[in-house]
Design a binder for this molecule. Structure first.
Ligand SMILES: *Cc1c(COP(=O)(O)O)cnc(C)c1O
Length: 435
């Protein structure tokens, strides 16, 4: 096991001043045990911790880093932008430039509002849907995560599921009562909700490719059915593409599956590693937002020039011909290598992948919803996770997350990962039954 003594000292110091030692719960290794390495820097596909240990990184900041860590073009642009000032509280051309790129790439979007996180994007989308329709109820799906706002923290996947907090403390029951929950990939369940609550249904919000209960693709025809049912009910369809946007395709899941939502939430990739979220849709709905319309939303650092700059440079890199094909090929090779490694060790494990996001579930068959995903062997995932970390590969410290492949994950990094996985799966075999 690599020496992590400096990380141990640094994490002990963190525990004295930060609740749980972290600023976001999943980082704390609660689901897998142990303590996280404390990071010094990122270099392309690699993370380096305080003790100098290097890891091939598949967390990639939970999705934003589609170009890998510290890509030269983004760093250079940020240096220049910082010299001009880091915030103005006034319009800049950078906001328009990033918005134009989003509008050009994402087919259902005509206008964009930038915010500072995915949570703000989904929270605002819900408020806008309610303001636009004059209705109250929102339907979400078990295992889909839409940030940590009160009304959306019901059956919310990875972080929450892992901590076994079905709902957070501190959320009034009256808020949660406006949120309806149905299983993912089950059209009949949605039909029943629409029949019962259709008149008061403001929106259905969905991750069109679920990625917060591990990666689960939408079943054939599922997104189209959501489109039809919401249109019939006069409710809005909101695609939360905070992970899938500019990730599973340049135009997001809506391009990949050919289904157009009313509103789209973006985040992660569009900020190029800086804090950005966005909400977009047709002008007729977006103009309901203040100052044009009656739905209030604001942000001191919204459209921040550094964040806009990182987003612009990142989206321009993604527009290069062949970018997604090449990313997909690397991710496919990784999935195949992991499947083979698990197969050789006779460990039940299924790799579920959409483009450059994938999850190795410790179960026999690919899950289709939260219940089947949750039936994975999480204690085995914990053993696998630690074997991989000790072998120089950084995975998310919970079964129900995605592995993010970036453009910096070259053949060498992928092959290094497969070798580590072969050892990790073999070690699970010898410890099988022991816990
Ligand atoms: C990460 C995520 C969010 C929340 O974004 P933050 O920037 O963490 O607030 C919302 N929706 C989905 C699908 C996400 O993966």
């Amino acid at each position: 096991m690599p020496d992590r003594s400096r990380s141990e000292v640094a994490f002990a110091a963190a525990l004295r001043v930060l609740p749980g030692g972290v600023d976001s719960p999943v980082r704390a290794f609660k689901a897998v045990g142990g303590e996280p390495p404390v990071i010094d820097r990122g270099e392309g596909a690699y993370l380096v911790d305080l003790d100098g240990n290097r890891y091939v990184d598949y967390v990639c900041a939970y999705g934003p880093l589609i170009l890998g860590h510290a890509p030269a073009a983004v760093v250079r642009a940020l240096e220049l932008a910082a010299r001009k000032g880091t915030a103005f509280g006034a319009p800049t051309e950078l906001e328009t430039a990033l918005a134009e790129r989003v509008v050009a790439a994402v087919p259902s979007i005509e206008k964009v509002r930038f915010v500072s996180s995915g949570t703000e994007a989904t929270m605002t989308a819900i408020r806008l849907a309610r303001g636009y329709t004059g209705r109250n109820k929102v339907l979400k799906f078990a295992g889909c995560y839409h940030g940590h706002s009160d009304g959306l923290l019901a059956k919310a996947g990875s972080g929450v599921a892992t901590l076994a907090l079905p709902d957070s403390a501190g959320v009034p029951a009256s808020y949660a009562a406006e949120t309806l929950v149905a299983p993912f990939n089950d059209v009949d369940a949605v039909r029943q909700v629409v029949e019962r609550h259709g008149d008061d249904l403001a929106a259905i919000i969905v991750e069109p490719v679920a990625a917060n209960m591990g990666v689960i693709a939408p079943a054939e025809g599922y997104l189209q059915a959501l489109r039809t049912l919401t249109s019939e009910a006069g409710a809005l369809l909101i695609f939360d593409e905070v992970i899938s946007g500019f990730r599973v395709a340049r135009g997001g899941a809506q391009t990949l599956y050919g289904v157009m939502p009313d509103l789209t939430c973006l985040g992660k990739v569009i900020g190029g590693g800086l804090p950005v979220g966005a909400l977009g849709g047709p002008e007729s709905i977006m103009e309901f937002l203040a100052p044009s319309g009656p739905v209030y939303q604001a942000g001191t650092l919204s459209g921040n020039p550094l964040a806009m700059t990182a987003g612009i440079v990142t989206l321009d890199a993604l527009a290069e011909p062949g970018f997604y094909e090449s990313l997909d090929a690397r991710a496919a090779r990784l999935a195949e290598g992991l499947r083979d490694a698990a197969g050789q060790a006779e460990i039940p494990c299924v790799v579920s992948r959409v483009g450059s996001i994938q999850t190795a579930f410790f179960r026999e068959t690919a899950p289709t919803d939260y219940v089947s995903a949750a039936a994975s062997d999480t204690s085995r995932y914990g053993q696998y996770f630690h074997a991989m970390l000790d072998g120089g590969v950084n995975l998310a410290p919970a079964q129900f997350e995605a592995m993010f492949v970036s453009a910096a994950h070259d053949e060498a990094a992928i092959e290094e990962t497969i070798v580590a996985a072969t050892h990790a799966f073999a070690s699970l075999r010898t410890t099988a039954g022991r816990r």
